[in-house]
Design a protein around this ligand. Structure first.
Ligand code: OOB
Length: 501
């Protein structure tokens, strides 16, 4: 699962991996920036010292419940300061947060709890308990705290947490990130994004997603001694007043939100003059929309092409305008290795993106079979993205080879939804594909072959909702067909299905 020892030694010698844990990092930040604001939300302002002390108290409380090194704890919280308190408390214990998204429901949460054999489930309210009835729930507002205790320092080369993969298979894969590799990725990101202790980062996207967590996200913001403002939702009506009030300097959005913000900012009702950088990523940002950002928002656009498995690319703040609007950036690290190959793994101008480096995983957690195809024999991760590289080393995302729908940054594994549809007694076969959408980039369309009479579309939606899957995974469209187009070898041709729409 981890990097070979000689490679790890190279990453340490290069100074990427510093042997520092999250817990030690926060202790050091509290010593340096103690009274300065770390986390700002609607109702609260936590200084670095507050966060450090609260993490200690919660760690002690969790220890009292028997949670310790290597235990998994599923964490599903909204954008509140307690999210980071829980993270740092678990990091200090050496227990592993498993990051669920607020949109997840019974199907996802119960799977994470069972698959990881979770010791606890941290959730926002009592209603959520039902998502994982067999796992002890810890509810926001009643988190256990106790007087701080001395704790042994976890191994910085060991796993710090499990992040979720966007996925293309039946069940989501879990991504083991270490203290060493993750801290490197967000420290380097903070530098690329020009963060200083005077920066103010607005976390508008769900805090548990890799983008607002570490690119540079809230962790990168904290590592720079800056302040992070937590928005309860990413709408312009919530966020634009926050930008004005807190003098936000940088924030991160997915493309559909960037479009809504552009339109809302045009009304001119809010003073956005503090905003220096708008990051856009998670899905392809069209060049036409990209060109609007600087003139209409008065800030620099930064395109971000990243993945929870590791590799993150950024356009640089001082790149020429044409590079910023027409590429998805270049890797963080000089030691990020990039290969672009055709279907036979031969180097190619445009093709499959493979990558290896100091913060890209070498394998998913407990997924030995899947790892054989998701990684090459020499440890490159097959991203499933189709890219081209410009002569100056910038990547342009041209498409996708993985069986996934990218619904405005929300990732849907086609097979996962197909399996739920196949559980319906009237459905003989199902195939879920992406269809283009001017606002979300893509939406999901389910092609369905029925046994006898077709159920209503509303019934199918209700059926999937009752199966307990996140709402964003429920197909936007259902098409009933008699047969699926086939490839030469007799598999369903999703390319032909996509072309039908
Ligand atoms: C981010 O992470 P994930 O794990 O939710 O999704 C990764 C996938 C990539 O493999 C690619 O297919 C797509 O999302 N993607 C983009 C993109 N950024 C991500 N496709 C086109 N253009 C872009 N700019 O989405 C993520 C993680 C860290 C930082 C930013 C995004």
């Amino acid at each position: 699962m981890h990097w070979p020892e000689d490679v790890a030694a190279r990453y340490r010698a290069a100074g990427y991996w510093r042997g520092e844990t999250f817990g030690a990092m926060l202790r050091d930040l509290a010593a340096r920036y103690g009274p300065r604001p770390a986390l700002i939300s609607q109702g609260a302002r936590w200084s670095y010292r507050d966060l450090d002390e609260r993490a200690d108290r919660l760690a002690a409380g969790l220890l009292g419940l028997g949670i310790g090194p290597g235990d998994r704890v599923v964490v599903q919280l909204p954008n509140v300061p307690e999210f980071y308190q829980v993270c740092f408390a678990l990091f200090r214990l050496g227990a592993w947060p498993v990051f669920a998204l607020p949109a997840h429901r019974t199907a996802e949460i119960s799977y994470f709890c069972e698959f990881t054999e979770a010791a606890a489930y941290v959730c926002p309210d009592d209603d959520h308990r039902a998502f994982a009835p067999d796992t002890p729930a810890l509810v926001l507002g009643a988190l256990p705290e106790a007087d701080p205790v001395e704790l042994p320092e976890p191994d910085p080369a060991g796993v710090a947490f499990l992040q979720l993969s966007g996925g293309s298979t039946g069940l989501p894969k879990l991504i083991p990130r270490t203290h060493d590799d993750y801290i490197y990725s967000f420290r380097a990101s903070a530098e690329i994004c020009g963060l200083t202790p005077d920066s103010v980062y607005l976390c508008a996207l769900p805090a548990a997603h890799n983008f607002p967590m570490s690119s540079p996200g809230v962790f990168g913001t904290l590592s720079a001694g800056a302040a992070a403002v937590l928005a309860p939702d990413p709408s312009p009506s919530t966020c634009l007043p926050l930008i004005e009030r807190e003098r936000v300097t940088v924030t991160a959005l997915v493309p559909p939100l960037a479009l809504v913000w552009l339109d809302a900012a045009g009304a001119g009702a809010h003073d956005l003059s503090s905003l220096e950088v708008l990051q856009v990523g998670g899905a392809k940002f069209s060049e036409e929309a990209a060109k609007r950002v600087a003139p209409e928002l008065g800030c620099t656009l930064q395109q971000v092409f990243g993945m929870a498995e590791g590799l993150v690319n950024y356009t640089r703040l001082d790149d020429p305008e044409d590079v910023i609007v027409s590429t998805q950036g270049r890797p963080i690290s000089p030691d990020d290795e990039i290969l672009i190959v055709d279907d036979e793994d031969r180097e190619s101008e445009t093709g499959h993106l493979l990558t290896r480096g100091p913060y890209t995983i070498r394998g998913y957690w407990r997924a030995e079979e899947h790892n054989k195809t998701a990684f090459t024999a020499d440890g490159f991760y097959r991203t499933g993205d189709i890219v081209r590289r410009t002569p100056t080393g910038y990547l342009v995302v041209e498409g996708r080879a993985k069986d996934q729908i990218n619904r405005g940054g929300d990732k849907i594994a086609a097979e996962e939804v197909e399996n739920h549809l196949l559980a319906h007694p009237a459905i003989h076969d199902a195939s879920v594909v992406a269809v283009p959408d001017p606002y979300l980039g893509e939406r999901a369309c389910a092609y369905v072959i029925c046994r006898g009479e077709a159920p209503g579309r509303g019934e199918l939606r209700a059926f999937l909702r009752d199966r307990g899957i996140a709402a964003f995974k429920i197909p936007d469209r259902f098409e009933f067909v008699d047969a699926f187009p086939q490839t030469a070898v007799g598999k369903v041709s999703k390319r032909h299905l996509r072309e039908r729409t």
